[in-house]
Design a protein around this ligand. Structure first.
Ligand code: HEC
Length: 290
């Protein structure tokens, strides 16, 4: 009896999954289209070879070009600033449009070499299914740095196109390079879970509102970012990717948090910072937070 129930539930689960093969496209969080996977498969397929560092083997994927796919549903693609992928594994990065323009990528829905559409998850130490869509970068001939910083994602459910530049009042020419680097890094790796005011995801709390840096200290925060497991074995957060400049990027995040927690002090200490270009938008955000 038990067996039958299990089989039936597996069957049900499978058919539910089959029905759920829609990819939502939103623009600034508002619905733009819901695209069934079958429709994506009717578009011009592109094959892309990817060298898998874990298995040391080449893999051939088939999918649609990321940019042409987005352009089909949002022809004014040039107006976009960032693209946010909402995935089943809760890694929801914001990736700038320019990155897609610099490096080819596809949204893969299958393997073209007959292998299963799965990948090995280092974290769970198991094979995980990739469907419905998996972002694969074309890294042939790319420098090591580019290779390491282009993350592939699996189980993309929603593609959120962002037309409004996320403006936290941090402009490249107004703050120290490290603060700006930290801001860019934060947007890419943290904002999807740790929102700032009303911007970003809500998988965790607002680090700035909680004054995490001031309360816990820079060493704690750096260690947590580097590998949260070292501090909290039950963490839901992933370690920072092991890329060439990770230490510099983590330092940048800390400088950025320091700036955000107390911009007044920052501008007092850094006379060269142009507060008129950066301060107004920031004040607005801080007002919203309180
Ligand atoms: C997938 C979601 C997710 C991402 C992405 C993420 N975090 Fe977290 N973070 C959490 C959660 C959830 C917690 C709460 C405790 C835990 O599970 O580790 C947390 C806790 C923290 C803490 C500890 C706060 C405290 O008071 O102890 C710090 C610091 C932190 N995150 C910084 C960051 C930074 C910086 C980034 C970007 C590099 C980042 N997190 C990316 C989910 C995330």
């Amino acid at each position: 009896m038990m067996k039958i129930i299990i089989i039936i539930s597996v069957l049900l689960l499978n058919s539910c999954l089959a029905f759920a093969q829609n990819i939502a496209i939103t623009l600034d969080g508002k619905d733009l289209a819901k695209v069934p996977l079958d429709e994506i498969k009717k578009m011009k397929p592109v094959n892309l070879e990817y060298f898998n560092k874990t298995t040391q083997r080449s893999e051939l994927y088939v999918g649609v070009s990321t940019l042409s796919f987005i352009e089909k549903y949002y022809p004014e693609i040039q107006k976009l600033h960032e693209i946010e992928f909402l995935t089943d594994n809760n890694i929801n990065p914001l990736i700038s449009l320019s990155r897609f323009q610099q490096t080819d990528s596809i949204l893969a829905y299958d393997r073209a070499d007959g292998d299963k559409f799965v990948r090995f998850s280092k974290k769970e130490k198991i094979l995980v299914p990739l469907s419905p869509l998996y972002l694969v970068w074309n890294l042939k001939g790319a420098s090591k740095e580019v290779r390491l910083s282009n993350r592939s994602l699996y189980q993309i459910r929603t593609i959120n196109l962002i037309s409004k530049k996320i403006d936290l009042g941090i402009h490249q020419d107004a703050v120290e390079a490290s603060v700006f680097l930290g801001y860019e890094t934060y947007k890419r790796y943290c904002l999807s879970c740790h929102a700032i005011g009303k911007v970003g995801g809500s998988n965790s709390f607002d680090l700035i509102k909680h004054q995490t840096l001031q309360n816990k200290g820079a060493e704690y925060v750096k260690k947590y970012i580097f590998d949260p497991n070292l501090i909290n074995p039950k963490t839901k957060m992933l370690p920072f990717p092991k890329i060439k400049d990770s230490q510099k990027l983590i330092e940048g995040i800390v400088d950025f948090l320091k700036f955000m927690e107390n911009p007044e002090e920052y501008f007092q200490k850094n006379k060269s910072a142009k507060r008129e270009t950066s301060y107004k938008a920031l004040q607005e955000i801080i007002k919203e937070m309180n």
